[in-house]
Design a protein around this ligand. Structure first.
Ligand code: ZN
Length: 234
């Protein structure tokens, strides 16, 4: 049982259908290089978060609220600090893994401001990092332990790596982007979550003559009901 059923569903949007300013800030589908020179394609499908109240009310997992993953300071582009806000659909995958991590460490896990989703237009976004995919979290405190020593960072890095092969961490050190000295960085890599309802053969252009592409993200139970109704035995 989770508490997520009590909150309104979030609308999923194709960022190509957002206005020019939002498109230029979110850069859907654009290629960007990481610090190793490898190129990655930025996400295109986002949850639209209408208001601050809704952001703070939505639980992605029993212990993680949506708002914890979208806290930013003035380093984020001004338009992206205003609601409605946009967060890549992979955020739910990150929350799922963070919930696992939390259950293993057995105490509260605190994500830093700017430590969840950061847009490609965020001032900390120079090279590609999974933060731009909403698949990374910077944890600055676990329980009452502030993570700023080599010993504590390496301890929790090891725990995160043991949770799943899917999780990567950054080693202790003082090189921005390649190592960390005041938090634990946990990421899933450049994972994109494609909602089931989208068709991937759609042209990568704004579709001026079409209705804006958006749909309500239905609960799994609702999807199952539809499938069972249409295709008995499926
Ligand atoms: Zn990080």
């Amino acid at each position: 049982m989770t508490t997520t059923n009590a909150v309104p569903n979030l609308k999923v949007v194709d960022a190509f259908d957002l206005d020019d300013e939002l498109r230029s800030l979110l850069k859907p589908g654009e290629m960007i290089r990481d610090q190793h020179g490898r190129r990655h394609r930025l996400p295109r499908y986002f949850y639209e978060v209408p208001t601050h109240e809704i952001a703070t009310s939505i639980r992605l997992t029993p212990h993680f609220g949506l708002n914890e993953f979208i806290l930013v300071d003035l380093k984020e582009a001004p338009r992206l600090q205003k609601f409605p806000r946009y967060v890549p659909c992979a955020i739910r995958l990150l929350a799922f893994y963070m919930e696992h991590f939390r259950s293993v460490v057995g105490s509260s896990v605190h994500i830093a401001v700017n430590g969840g989703y950061r847009s490609p237009s965020h001032k900390l976004s120079t090279d590609a990092t999974p933060h731009m995919w909403a698949t990374a979290a910077d944890v600055y405190r676990i329980g009452s332990t502030i993570l700023k020593t080599k010993e504590t960072i390496e301890k929790y890095n090891g725990i995160a790596e043991d949770v799943s092969e899917d999780l990567e961490v950054l080693p202790y050190g003082h090189t921005t982007g390649l190592s960390v000295d005041d938090h634990v960085h946990i990421d899933l890599g450049y994972v994109v979550n494609l909602p089931r309802e989208i068709s991937e053969d759609r042209m990568e252009q704004p579709q001026e003559n079409r209705h804006r592409f958006a749909f309500e993200d239905r609960r799994k139970k609702d999807r199952r009901t539809v499938v069972e109704g249409n295709e008995p035995g499926a």
